[in-house]
Write a protein that binds this ligand. Structure first.
Ligand SMILES: [Ca+2]
Length: 171
């Protein structure tokens, strides 16, 4: 038995050192391939200020988004289009990205270096919502999030499911 256990340990050690057990996709490889031929599904956790996706785009790529499901901000259930909250804006409590009186809408940002941004940039952030399309004006990795107020993610519940599909662009 000791000999078998030794062989198993040796095998695991060799596999671990050689990286054979690692099937993760390289971080700098595009997940989406030919136009319209592939799609990616991402679960967007409402409690996360940044949700990285495996989607990398090139400038000029056009991407289609479709979100489904319900998430909850404190006691307010809504879908990926969020909910109108002008009273919070009037109270000087807008969300991270000002959004015409809305709260909790699904937002996206394409980040050139692929690393989680340290701070928000409204000019670089765009609305995804339930259904939309977007043409990337620069290359990068797609990050998404519920547009809540900073520091108020702790009282969020649930997630929405986002399907991302490249409809045109480079391979
Ligand atoms: Ca909240």
């Amino acid at each position: 038995m000791n000999r078998i256990a030794g062989c198993v340990l040796l095998f695991l050690l060799v596999v671990g050192l050689s990286g054979c057990g690692d099937i993760r996709r390289p971080e700098n490889r595009p997940e989406i391939g030919l136009p319209g031929s592939e799609r990616t599904v991402v679960k967007v956790d409402s409690r996360k200020e940044w949700v990285p996706t495996s989607v990398w785009v090139q400038a000029g790529d056009r991407v289609a988004f479709h979100a489904s499901g319900i998430w909850i901000d404190a006691f307010i259930p809504c879908h990926a289009d969020g909910y109108p909250a002008p009273w919070l804006y009037n109270w000087n409590r807008p969300p991270r990205i000002p959004d015409n009186g809305r709260y909790f809408r699904l937002m996206g940002r394409i980040v050139p270096d692929g690393l989680q941004p340290r701070e928000d940039d409204p000019a670089e952030t765009f609305v995804i919502g339930n259904e939309s399309e977007r043409t990337a004006d620069h290359a990068g990795r797609l990050f998404v999030f519920a547009n809540d107020r900073e520091g108020y993610y702790w009282n969020n519940f649930g997630s929405v499911t986002l399907t991302i599909e490249k409809v045109s662009g480079q391979q």
